[in-house]
Design a protein around this ligand. Structure first.
Ligand code: SAH
Length: 239
């Protein structure tokens, strides 16, 4: 995990030997399960360290976790194989983490992985964001909502912001040019009770390519009717 270790340093994070061992175990299980369950197209040892693990940790450029901060809760919407949620939980063990994933087989992997890594305070939620976000247990309950590679921003805002507590924030990890996507998302952001704080370019020597964090603050409660029923946020994005 040398690539990850060096890249994390660029973020100001010192990963311990025990944490690097956890990442190594995560890598091995990911590649093994990937033979049976479609989890990722990226499987090379160095590529996974950088494009999955380090990329997940770049969220810290938009949110500075306090060491040992208690009761800080985070939900990763459409986490897939656990990205970015699991790398963040390894790096910051004190956070309370919910991993939301619609596909049952991927959720099986998440259960397996959190057990294997001995991670406490992780809840795997199997289901769609459109439904989970209406359950009182999850609605407006999280300090931070994260999502990577799930949907275009206008759709994503409707899926993610309902989970965010007022006063909390949502960070979307995005690749490639995003100006136009952000313009299209303005309406959804304000309808859902959010406000765009910043679009931060991720500029790390270890991670080439155009990457951004879109940081949205939750200023007021999301109206009850959002998110709309499953599929609608993608089919008819708010505009
Ligand atoms: N965040 C991961 C996975 C990206 S793929 C990563 O960066 O690698 C997108 C994932 O989101 C898929 O696993 C898909 O099943 C899940 N997903 C898509 N729409 C969803 C929804 N409405 N609710 C919950 N999960 C969803």
């Amino acid at each position: 995990m040398e690539k990850l270790k060096a890249g994390a340093k660029e973020l100001g994070l010192e990963l311990t030997a025990a944490q690097l061992e956890q990442f190594d175990s995560y890598y091995r299980e990911l590649v093994d399960w990937n033979k049976r369950v479609n989890l990722t197209a990226i499987t090379g040892y160095e590529e996974v360290q950088l494009k999955h693990f380090l990329d997940s940790l770049t969220v810290t450029l938009g949110w500075t976790p306090q060491a040992n901060q208690k009761d800080f809760s985070l939900i990763d919407v459409g986490t897939g194989a656990g990205l970015p949620g699991i790398p963040l939980k390894i790096a910051f063990p004190a956070i309370k983490l919910a991993l939301l994933e619609a596909t049952a087989k991927k959720a099986d992997f998440l259960h397996h992985m959190t057990q294997k890594l001995g991670l406490d305070d992780v809840e795997v939620v199997v289901g769609r964001a459109e439904e989970a976000a209406h359950q009182p247990r999850y609605r407006e309950k999280f300090d931070l909502v994260l999502s990577r590679a799930v949907a275009a921003l206008p759709t994503l805002v409707e899926l993610a912001l309902p989970f965010c507590a007022v006063g909390g924030s949502f960070i979307a990890q995005k690749k490639g040019a995003i100006d136009e996507e952000i313009t299209r998302a303005n309406k959804a952001i304000s309808l859902l009770g959010g406000s765009l704080r910043e679009v931060k370019r991720v500029d790390l020597p270890s991670l080439p390519g155009e990457r951004y964090l879109v940081v949205i603050d939750k200023l007021s409660p999301t109206p009850e009717k959002y998110p709309r029923r499953p599929g609608l946020p993608a089919k008819r994005p708010l505009a």
